[in-house]
Design a protein around this ligand. Structure first.
Ligand code: DGT
Ligand code: MG
Ligand code: MG
Ligand code: MG
Ligand code: MG
Length: 267
């Protein structure tokens, strides 16, 4: 940047450098997707097309933003966890969050037509908010993802029962809401089973557990150098990554098994 009499305005800029040696998680969430999903007639309670679109958007982020080792998403949200040692953008919060959000949004829009016949309308475009949080150790990181997966489960059981009562049981949305007020998980399972012959366990794993994305094989040599990679390095890395497959899993990420296989390398 050339020096000039205006250079001093740079001093007004502030950076938040995220704590070193912590797990950075960036979560994106659709803005006003209650309305957005109504406008594009998403199927209730789960629209496979819409989930395919966010999954593709997350894959896009995974492939073009370095140092991400896992992602988890459901509904209109996705969380991306970075290697603990990542020094991407010198861990500058604004750079990290804005890059993830805009990359996610770009891929969401790009993937839309592969799933929906109705094109996106300029007055109803998908937009996302984002935030970054640092988790100091693996236990808290695991609890973070457990929190999101439990949220997915609770919402999905509620929504599945709610929309079954409305669409199959003929209740109004208000009546269904009243019916479910104060019910426990076991009550919802019982309503589905005894009144509609639906065994919740047999529902789609993607709906019940959300989607977890991991690399087929871990990448070495990223995020360790302490410097922002050069354009050439980024290009080389992108090429390397384009050859490595991503796995989309619909599994329990609360228990140990997942972390034993796919958790970060703690060495
Ligand atoms: P926000 O995040 O504060 O801007 O507001 P919303 O409206 O995005 O609320 P949020 O993120 O808490 O909830 C996600 C909304 O998206 C919720 O109203 C249900 C809707 N949604 C997400 N996925 C599906 C789907 O597959 N089918 C249907 N029908 N709705 C969905
Ligand atoms: Mg620039
Ligand atoms: Mg929200
Ligand atoms: Mg939202
Ligand atoms: Mg949401």
């Amino acid at each position: 940047m050339a020096n000039s009499q205006y250079q001093y305005v740079k001093n007004f800029e502030r950076e938040n450098f995220l704590l070193p040696e912590t797990y950075i998680v960036v979560r994106v969430d659709g803005r006003g997707f209650h309305r957005f999903s109504k406008f594009y007639n998403f199927e209730k309670p789960n629209d496979v097309r819409a989930l395919n679109v966010i999954n593709k958007a997350a894959e896009g982020v995974f492939r073009s933003v370095q140092d991400i080792f896992m992602a988890y998403g459901d509904s209109d949200e996705y969380s991306f966890a970075f290697d603990r040692s990542s020094n991407l953008f010198e861990r500058r919060e604004a750079k990290l969050v804005s890059t993830v959000v805009s990359t996610f949004t770009a891929h969401y829009i790009s993937a839309w037509a592969s799933q929906f016949d109705e094109p996106l309308k300029p007055e109803h475009l998908p937009t996302f908010d984002g935030r970054a949080v640092c988790y100091p150790n693996l236990k808290v990181l695991r609890d973070y993802f457990a929190w999101r997966q439990v949220d997915c489960h609770i919402n999905n059981l509620y929504n599945t029962t709610f929309w079954t009562l409305v669409l199959k049981g003929g209740l109004s949305t208000q009546e269904a809401e009243q019916r479910l007020c104060g019910t426990l998980s076991s009550d919802k399972n019982e309503i589905l089973f005894s009144e509609f012959g639906i065994n919740y366990n047999n529902e789609s794993e993607m709906f019940k557990k959300g989607t977890t994305i991991v690399w087929e094989e871990p990448l070495v040599g990223t995020g360790q150098s302490g410097e922002e990679p050069s354009a050439r390095q980024v290009q080389r890395m992108a090429k390397k990554r384009s050859k490595i497959a991503l796995q989309l899993l619909h599994v329990d990420i609360i228990r140990d098994q997942f972390w034993g296989r796919f958790g970060p390398n703690l060495a």
